[in-house]
Design a protein. Sequence first.
Lengths: 189, 189
Amino acid sequence: MSKQQLHQFLQSTGRIGAADAAAIAEPFVAKTLARGELLLRQGQVSNDYLFLDAGWLRAFVLSPAGQEVSTTFYQPGRMVLEPASFFTRAPAQENIQALTDCAGWCLTFQQFNELFHARPEFREFGRGLLVHGFANLKARMLEMVTLTAAERYAQLLRTSPALMQHVSVRHLASYLGITDTSLSRIRKG
Amino acid sequence: MSKQQLHQFLQSTGRIGAADAAAIAEPFVAKTLARGELLLRQGQVSNDYLFLDAGWLRAFVLSPAGQEVSTTFYQPGRMVLEPASFFTRAPAQENIQALTDCAGWCLTFQQFNELFHARPEFREFGRGLLVHGFANLKARMLEMVTLTAAERYAQLLRTSPALMQHVSVRHLASYLGITDTSLSRIRKG
DNA sequence: CGCATTTACTGTCATTTGGCAGGCACTGTG
DNA sequence: CACAGTGCCTGCCAAATGACAGTAAATGCG
C-alpha cells in the first residue's frame, strides 16, 4: 500500500504542494487494525494521528447509565483522531473501534508536534482539520435540536449512504440520540 | 481598563510566561458592544478573536423553520470566537449578540495569524482553545443523547448558575433543545 | 451439525415533549 | 393614564419517544 491517498488528502486543502506533501507524509507509519480492535481505549492517552486509507471505525463513550453511545463514525480517506486526548495528553473518555479491518498511516503526538511547529502549511492543515470537525459537530447539534429523529435519520441516509453498510442499527440509534426500538420503527415506516 | 485579565488568561495554560503574555497581548485592541448589538452577523466573515473582559453574549442560528436557536453562551474571562468563519474566512452561519454591555480585547484574523505562526506558545494556546471548545461541544452532545431535558437543565444550573441571570428562558430553551413551554414546566417542577 | 449469542424487529403501554391558546405581569411610550 | 408589546407561565390534547417483553433471523463457535 502506498501513501498516495495521504498525499492527495494533504494537498486537498489547496495550501500544500506536492513536494511539501511528500515531506510531511514521510514520518507517517503504516498501521492496521482488525475488525473489532480498539484504536483507543478510554483511560488511555491517545497517541494516534491517523489517516485512514481503508476501512471504517466508530468512536463511542459509556453513558453514566453504562450504555454505549456512538459519537463519531470515521470513513476511509479521512483522519481518525480524538483531539481532546491527543492534544491535551489527558486520558480519553472515548473508545475508538474498528468496524471493519482497517489500514492507514499514523503519526505519534511527538511527530505531529514537530511537524506542526516546523511547517506552516501543516499548521494550517491541522488547524483546518479541527475547525471542520468543530463545524460538523455544531451542525449535528443543530440537527439534534431542530429535526425529529426520523428527519435526522433521513438526513444521514442522504449524506452518508455508504455508512449504513458498516454500522449496526444499535450504533446508529445511539448516534442519532434515540433507542434502537425507535430507529427500527423509523426504518419500517 | 487594563489588559491584566487577558495577560492572566494567556498565562493560565501554563505554557506562556509573563513576558510572552505581554508581547502576545500587545496587538489586541479594545472593543466594546452595547446590549443587543451583534458582534457577528450571519453571512459576514468573522474577523474578531475576542477576549471578553466583562459582559455576556450568545451565539444563535436561524433554523430551517426560521426559529432562533441559541448555540453558545459566552461568559466574561473567556474567548468569544466563531472558529468556522474566523479561520476559514467563509461567511458565518451564526450570529453573535451581546446580552449585556460588553468590553474586551480583540485581534483581527491577520493579526491572529501573524502571532500564530510567529510564536510557538501562542500556537499551542490557540490549538488548546479549539480542542477545549471541541471537547465541550462533544460533552454537550452526549448530554443531549443521554439526559432528559429536565436533567440537562439541572446540569446547566449546577455548572453555570451565573448564566441564568443574563439569559432569557426562550434562549435557554433552544440551547437545551426544547421549547420554552417545556422549560417553563421543568422550572415549575 | 447443534447450540448459545447477538441482532433486528414488533406490540403494548407509560412517559416525555410539542403545539396551541390563553392569562398575567412587566415595560416602554405617547 | 391607556395602550401595545413582550416574556413567562399554565391547561389541554396530540404526537413522539422510551421501556419492556417477546419473537425470529443471523451469526459465531465447539
